[in-house]
Design a protein around this ligand. Structure first.
Ligand SMILES: O=C(O)CCC(=O)c1ccccc1C(=O)O
Ligand SMILES: [Mg+2]
Length: 324
């Protein structure tokens, strides 16, 4: 009754994609296909270099072992699985059971890693709530402050999401805050992980009145979702977190604590990204997810992303690495 396939993919990336210290030339990962009778479910397993602990090879090996169990009718234990494997397999099982609603939230928070003028144009075209995400911490903190000010000054009602990825010392974070006019600080919906340590980030939020969000900290050993002064959101990157069930638990805990849960991409292919858009619509219906990462690719995979003109590879173009 049950059968499964594991496809291997490699997709070319735009030339400018840098992950922490390395350039990402190709995105490597796996697509699982589960079949039971005439039902099918898909999931993506794609550890992100520099962010995931596991490599694509390790994830592929573990996925095969767990798929062997699944095909033979055993329940698979995803608690101890690698995060990317737990996410992909649980998503495939969910889809197989018809548990993932079709409707997706495709209104992304446009991501600006380069020229701020490009983002101003994207925002002017954005209907409804204007949310944008800007990476900070890569250049001078003073420049980041000026860019953020410029957005708040020139786009009324903007809700900026800034992301420093733990790049700032407390001093640099202070320099940023100094340039952010006090009356403009409310235009920052949140600033993700300003400092190297969560304690410094918390102190920064409380001293400056700039709200922060946890991203890396959510994946730290022993993390608990809790409301603290200055903290307004947690970012959930399912590929780095684990099973769909674990992600749902985090969303629930965040909501109970009055925090916003933001579903966000770990640069999945368009197949995984579409599932994240559906997951976000289902679990966080009033929150714009952080999924503006298709622009970093040179090719889509199987499921087209709305308004994306990149060429589409299909699963039938891929090698089947394992099947049973
Ligand atoms: O969160 C988003 O809006 C987009 C995704 C994103 O920023 C990201 C994607 C992959 C790895 C790290 C990050 C990051 O938060 O810096
Ligand atoms: Mg981040």
């Amino acid at each position: 009754m049950r059968s499964a396939k594991l496809y291997q993919y490699q997709l070319p990336m735009d030339s400018g994609v840098i992950l922490r210290t390395q350039r990402l030339v190709n995105r490597d990962g796996w697509i699982v296909e589960l079949q039971d009778g005439d039902q099918k479910g898909y999931g993506e397993i794609a550890p992100l270099p520099e962010f995931s602990q596991e490599s694509a090879e390790q994830a592929g090996e573990q996925a095969q072992a767990l798929l062997e169990q699944w095909v033979s009718g055993q329940a698979i234990d995803l608690e101890k699985a690698l995060p990317s494997v737990a996410f992909g397999l649980s998503m495939a099982e969910l889809e197989l059971q018809g548990g993932l609603p079709q409707a997706g939230n495709y209104t992304v928070a446009p991501l600006c890693a380069g020229d701020p003028d490009d983002l101003v144009i994207a925002l002017n075209d954005m209907p409804g709530e204007k949310v944008a995400k800007i990476k900070v911490g890569m250049y001078e903190a003073v420049r980041d402050g000026m860019v953020a000010n410029m957005f708040v000054d020139s786009i009324p009602g903007i809700r900026l999401r800034l992301d420093a990825n733990r790049q700032w010392t407390p001093l640099k974070a202070q320099q940023f805050a100094k340039y952010m006019k006090p009356e403009n600080r409310g235009g920052i919906a949140f600033l993700e992980e300003p400092c190297q340590s969560p304690a410094d980030s918390l102190a920064f939020a409380q001293e400056t009145g700039i709200n922060i969000a946890w991203d890396e900290t959510v994946r730290d050993e022993g993390f608990e979702v809790k409301a603290e002064p200055g903290v307004v959101a947690i970012v959930i990157k399912p590929t780095l977190i684990g099973s769909v069930q674990r992600c749902i638990e985090l969303v629930k805990q965040a909501n109970e604590q009055g925090l916003t849960a933001v579903i966000s991409s770990s640069m999945e292919s368009s197949l995984g990204l579409n599932q994240l858009a559906r997951f976000a619509e289902w679990q966080t219906p009033d929150v714009i997810p952080g999924l503006d990462t298709m622009q970093l690719f040179l090719s889509q995979l199987e499921t087209p992303w709305p308004h994306c003109e990149l060429p589409l590879k299909t699963l039938s173009d891929l090698d089947v690495a394992w099947s049973k």
